[in-house]
Every structure is written in C-alpha cells, then in structure tokens.
Design a protein around this ligand. Structure first.
Ligand code: G3P
Length: 217
C-alpha cells in the first residue's frame, strides 16, 4: 500500500519524506489556499517545489470545469514535472478530459468520487487513480470504507488498472482499514501516518529495556 500525504505544506511533506515511507503527495485548491499559495504562477512553482522534495507522484488539480479548459490546464500541469498527475473532478466534462489525457499519455487522478458508479466511470475513462473521499462520506453518516470495498470488488472483477487512492483519510484506523480492504494508496494528513507508530506497550517496553541495560552497565 502506498502512502501519500494530503497537504501543500512543505514542512510536513519534508517531515513525511524524512520518515522514509512517503510515496507521493496529493493537493487540492483548498489545501493550496490554506498555505496562502495564490495566483497561477505561485501555484505552479509550488507544485515544482513539492516534486523536488518527494520521489513519487504529485497530484495537481485543474480549476477549469469545461473540457477545453481542463485539457489546457492539465497539459500545462503535466509539462511542469514528470511526477505530476493531473487531478480532474468527477463531472461529465471531467470524464471526457480523463479519457483525453489517458489517450495522450497524461496520468490522472479522478477526484471528488463518492459512489461506486463514479469510480466505474473513472476507470472506464482510463484514470490512473480514483479518489473516493472516505472521511467526507463518514461525515454524512455513510460508510466510506464500504465504498472502498465496493470499488475494490468492481475493479478486481474486470481487472481495471486504475489505482484506488483512498482520500479524505482522517486518522490511523482509516489507514489500517483501507489496507485490510486492499486500497492501493491512501492519502491523509501527517498525523494519520505518524499515528501508526504509536503504542503504549512499545513506549513502556523500551523504557524497561533501557532501565535494565543501565542496571548492568
Ligand atoms: O484528498 C482529499 C482531501 O483533501 C479531502 O480531505 O479532510 O478535506 O475531507 P478532507
């Protein structure tokens, strides 16, 4: 299972990269705005800065919602760096754009996916990744993990190569359950990755080991 970090914060990206387990980064317009990155040029520069920190895929989202606009922006984003994956929303024009990008060798991440039907369409259009937002489904009392399981079943039934990128991951149990179901990738905040290493028995066990070592030395 690949681990992506879902942020545009360069310090957090560096911290996750330093841990040695980071496979990529996802961003979206809200995450860029949160870091105060505004204006097309600054946004493009920021994507390049992220690519220079990590080795893996970096999702960069189009703002246009019409086919022509998405293609223009997506081609510009893909030109920036070979790690860029063009993030396209799951709307009618987006499906057409994903098909276009897929036919032209540009990798895509179909975002804002909330149903198995949307995930099936994204795969049919040739998306590299599909991003079901599990946290936002949980927020409205719908089981986000059930969606991951449904998509896994559908993709396996037909051998779709589109990778399931569990997005809107909020905490460690999302990560663990996505891994149990077989999501290809998860993207979440740094806390969802670092939280995985915590266990009180590890801490007390280590404390005891060190105390016992000191007694004999
Ligand atoms: O990857 C999608 C993500 O950015 C949305 O997460 O926590 O805003 O639902 P959240």
């Amino acid at each position: 299972m690949k681990f992506f970090i879902d942020t545009a914060n360069l310090d957090q990206i560096r911290e996750a990269q330093d841990l040695g387990v980071l496979d990529g980064v996802t961003t979206n317009p809200s995450l860029m705005a949160k870091e105060g990155i505004t204006g097309r040029n600054n946004i493009l520069k920021h994507y390049v800065a992220i690519c220079n920190i990590v080795d893996g895929d970096v999702s960069a989202e189009v703002i246009a919602t019409d086919f022509k606009g998405m293609v223009k922006e997506g081609e510009e984003l893909a030109e920036l760096h070979d790690q860029i994956v063009v993030k396209v929303p799951m709307i009618k024009e987006g499906v057409k754009a994903i098909k276009y990008f897929s036919d032209h060798g540009i990798r895509t991440n179909c975002t804002l996916v909330f149903s198995a039907g949307q995930a099936l369409l994204a795969a049919k259009a040739g998306a590299t990744y599909v991003s079901p937002f599990i946290g936002r489904l949980d927020d409205i009392s719908t089981d986000g993990l059930e969606l991951i399981a449904d998509i896994r079943l559908i993709y396996d039934n037909y051998g779709f190569e589109t990778k399931i990128l569990a997005a809107s991951v909020r905490h460690t149990m999302h990560v663990i359950n996505c891994a149990k179901i077989g999501a290809d990738v998860m993207t979440g905040p740094l806390s969802s990755i670092e939280g995985l290493l915590k266990h009180p028995l590890t801490d007390s066990g280590l404390k005891q080991f060190l105390e016992d070592y000191k007694k004999g030395n």
